[in-house]
Design a protein around this ligand. Structure first.
Ligand SMILES: Nc1ncnc2c1ncn2[C@@H]1O[C@H](COP(=O)(O)OP(=O)(O)OP(=O)(O)O)[C@@H](O)[C@H]1O
Length: 213
């Protein structure tokens, strides 16, 4: 399994956001996507996930466009994608069922959620919600993880838990791309986006900015 990204470019209106980027990731490898505010990290990650459109370039998994490979992707964005009326355990159970996984106790334990299992997700604190959103990864069978600022709102203990979870994923032959300003305790290469077109006016794009379903 090889993830191959060639000459990726994203635009807002007529402006390219960053200098085109290329990279190749073999199983067990991770990439930290860095760059200043507004460089286009979130836009690029969403485009790689098929939630937005690349202006140019291609990203393939073993030669097939990444977002066309069924079950290949787990994406976590700025929103936690949790159902507030369901309990913590019910949220994790829902995601586990999507992956055909019956056992949720390890996912609860991965982010210290065991004692919160019966609490409605809508009543969790910001950091607890983030932990629940990330616990999805513990019941994901996807080989490629795309994570946007996953450590925001996490304390040191849960940042370490995320690092351990990603490392386990890599050790099992997975791949991860992580957009982040904060340190993530994972062995990874770094790709820094170089902003382009200073002063150009970014524009809203209904396709790029559509809600994450
Ligand atoms: N809905 C939108 N409408 C117009 N411009 C947008 C919209 N969303 C993002 N942009 C612009 O696109 C550019 C890239 O934004 P993006 O969120 O991808 O950057 P980022 O590198 O993830 O930033 P940060 O580090 O602040 O999270 C920015 O100039 C931003 O203002």
């Amino acid at each position: 399994m090889t993830l191959d990204a060639r000459d990726l470019e994203c635009r807002r209106g007529a402006s390219s956001l960053f200098e085109p980027v290329s990279f190749t990731l073999a199983p067990g490898h991770a990439l930290l996507l860095q760059g200043p505010n507004g460089a286009g990290k979130t836009t690029l990650l969403r485009a790689m996930a098929g939630l937005g459109q690349l202006f140019a370039g291609s990203i393939t998994l073993n030669g097939t466009p990444l977002h066309q490979v069924e079950g290949a992707l787990a994406y976590t964005g700025h929103l936690d994608a949790i159902k507030p009326a369901l309990s913590v355990a019910e949220n994790i159970g829902f995601w586990a069922a999507l992956s055909g996984i019956g056992e949720i106790a390890p996912a609860l334990a991965a982010f210290g959620l065991t004692g919160l299992a019966e609490r409605p997700a809508g009543r969790l604190s910001a950091g607890q919600k983030r932990r629940l959103g990330l616990a999805r990864l513990a019941v994901s069978a996807a080989p490629v993880w795309l994570l946007d600022e996953p450590t925001v709102s996490l304390d040191a203990e849960n940042t370490a838990a995320l690092g351990a979870l990603v490392t386990r994923h890599l050790d099992a032959g997975g791949i991860a791309i992580i957009a982040t300003h904060l340190p993530v305790p994972v062995k990874a290469d770094v790709l820094r986006l170089v902003p382009r077109a200073a002063g150009a006016q970014p524009q809203a794009d209904p396709f790029l900015d559509g809600a994450f379903a």
